[in-house]
Write a new protein. Structure first.
Length: 419
C-alpha cells in the first residue's frame, strides 16, 4: 500500500487522524427481522445497497438483507448543508493550516472535504457495520495521479469497509486499473452503457460498474426520442450480460453490475437478478408501500425488454447504450493487450479515434459549462453528430456533481475562514 504509516507526511498523518476521529458516532443499529420479499431478491443474486448518506433515512429503511450504502457529492452536500459537520470543518481547516501554513485555499478545501466525506461514511459504517461507497472530488476526474492518491487515502482510512467511487473518464479508466493493482476496491461510477462497462471490465477490472438507468429513461422521454420506458433497464441488462461474458472467460475478473439510483418500485421488479441495486429512500418507500409478495419477485436478468423509439425524432443514436459491436470489442482488446496500468487518458482517446468508436468526445471547457447549465438531462439535439449519448450522459452527470460539490466547497470555505 502506497499510504503506509511510515511514508505519511505530517499533514497526511493529520488528515488521516482527522478523518478517523468521528465525533458523536452513532450506536450500532440492529436491523429488524428478515424481510421475505427483499430476501427473495438476494436469493436471485442481487445485493441491496441504500443510496443515501443521511443517517436518519438509512436507519428508517435499513433491513437485514441490505449490505451496503452509497454516498456521492450530491448526498454529501445534503448532509453538510444541515450544519451537522460545521464544527468538524472548522477544526479540520484550522489544524491543517497549522501543519502547512500557506496551503493553497483550493487544496485546503479539498482536504477538508475528504475529512467530511470520511466522517459521513464512517458514521454509516458504525451504525450498520456495512460497506460504504465513497466519492472523490469531481475536480480530480481527469487527473490519474490525484485520483489514485485520493483512492489510496480512502482505502487507508477503512480498507475493510470503503469502496472508492471513481468517475468514468478516460483518465478514470487508467486510475481504476492502477488502484485495482494495489488491491483497492473500486466502484467505477457514472456509467451509462454496456460498452462503457465492457471496456472498464476488461481494461481496468473494477469491483463494480454502473448504469444510471433512471436518467436514461428520462433523457429519451424528455427529448421526444420515445416514451423512455425500459431504456435504462435494457442498457443495464445488456451491460450485465457483457460483464458476465468477460467474467465467464476470465475467472479472475471481479466486476459486478450495479443498477444505479433506481427511480421507482417497478424498476426493482424489472431488474431482479442484476448483481447490485443502489436504491434511494424514495424508491424503497414506494416498494414497501406496494406490499409485494415474494412470489412476485422473479428472475429478470435475461429479460429482453422492448424499447419504443421514434425514428423520425431521433436526434442522437440511442441503441449505443446496449450495443457492443465487433469493432468495439477489437478496440477493447487492443487496449487490454497494452495493460491497463500502463495506459494514459490520451492513449484511450487516440485508440477511440483510430477505431472510430466515438466513446470519448473531448468536450471543451465551454461545452462543459454548457452541459453543466442544462443539468443531468441534456438536450440531445444540440449534440447530434458531436457526441455519443453515453459519453454525453457521463459528462452531464459529472458536471451536475461539480455543481453540488461547489455548494459543499463554498460552505467549507466560508467556515474555515471563520476559524
Amino acid at each position: 500500500m502506497a499510504f503506509s504509516v511510515q511514508n505519511l507526511t505530517r499533514k497526511e498523518a493529520l488528515i488521516a487522524d482527522l478523518a478517523r476521529d468521528v465525533t458523536h458516532a452513532p450506536e450500532r443499529i440492529s436491523p429488524p427481522p428478515s424481510d421475505p420479499v427483499l430476501a427473495r431478491l438476494t436469493q436471485l443474486g442481487t445485493q441491496l445497497w441504500l443510496d443515501t448518506g443521511i443517517l436518519e433515512d438509512a436507519g428508517r429503511l435499513w433491513r437485514r438483507e441490505m449490505s451496503a450504502l452509497t454516498t456521492n457529492n450530491t448526498l454529501a452536500n445534503q448532509v453538510v448543508q444541515t450544519g451537522i459537520m460545521d464544527e468538524v470543518i472548522r477544526a479540520a481547516g484550522r489544524q491543517i493550516n497549522e501543519v502547512e501554513p500557506g496551503i493553497p485555499d483550493d487544496d485546503l478545501v479539498m482536504d477538508v472535504a475528504f475529512v467530511v466525506n470520511c466522517h459521513i461514511a464512517l458514521r454509516l459504517v458504525k451504525a450498520f457495520d456495512a460497506l460504504v461507497s465513497v466519492e472523490l472530488h469531481p475536480a480530480l476526474g481527469y487527473d490519474i495521479d490525484k485520483t489514485l492518491r485520493y483512492a489510496q487515502r480512502y482505502y487507508a482510512i477503512h480498507p475493510e469497509r470503503f469502496i472508492v467511487k471513481i468517475p468514468l473518464t478516460p483518465e478514470g479508466f487508467c486510475a481504476v486499473a492502477r488502484a485495482r493493482a494495489e488491491g483497492i476496491p473500486i466502484n467505477y461510477t457514472l456509467g451509462f452503457s454496456a460498452r462503457q462497462n465492457y471496456l472498464a471490465t476488461k481494461v481496468s477490472r473494477p469491483n463494480f460498474c454502473n448504469v444510471f438507468l433512471g436518467r436514461l429513461n428520462a433523457v429519451v422521454a424528455d427529448n421526444g426520442l420515445g416514451d423512455g420506458k425500459f431504456v435504462g433497464e435494457k442498457a443495464t441488462l445488456a451491460s450485465q450480460a457483457g460483464i458476465r461474458q468477460l467474467r465467464d472467460a476470465d475467472k479472475t475478473i471481479p466486476t459486478r453490475q450495479i443498477a444505479a439510483s433506481m427511480r421507482n418500485a417497478e424498476q426493482m421488479l424489472a431488474l431482479a437478478g442484476v448483481d447490485v441495486y443502489t436504491i434511494p429512500p424514495k424508491a424503497v418507500d414506494e416498494f414497501n408501500a406496494h406490499g409485494y409478495s415474494s412470489e412476485q419477485i422473479v428472475q429478470r436478468a435475461d429479460e429482453q425488454y422492448e424499447v419504443h423509439l421514434l425514428s423520425d425524432a431521433a436526434t442522437i443514436t440511442v441503441d449505443v447504450l446496449w450495443t457492443i459491436d465487433e469493432t468495439f470489442r477489437k478496440f477493447t482488446d487492443s487496449l487490454a493487450a497494452r495493460g491497463g496500468t500502463k495506459l494514459t487518458g490520451d492513449d484511450l482517446r487516440e485508440a477511440d479515434r483510430d477505431f472510430g468508436t466515438k466513446l470519448f468526445s473531448g468536450f471543451t471547457d465551454v461545452e462543459k459549462a454548457e452541459i453543466r447549465k442544462k443539468g443531468k438531462i441534456p438536450e440531445t439535439a444540440r449534440w447530434q453528430g458531436r457526441a455519443s449519448l453515453d459519453d454525453l450522459m457521463t459528462e452531464s452527470a459529472l458536471q451536475s456533481f461539480i455543481i453540488d460539490q461547489g455548494a459543499l466547497d463554498d460552505r467549507i470555505r466560508k467556515l474555515i475562514h471563520q476559524g
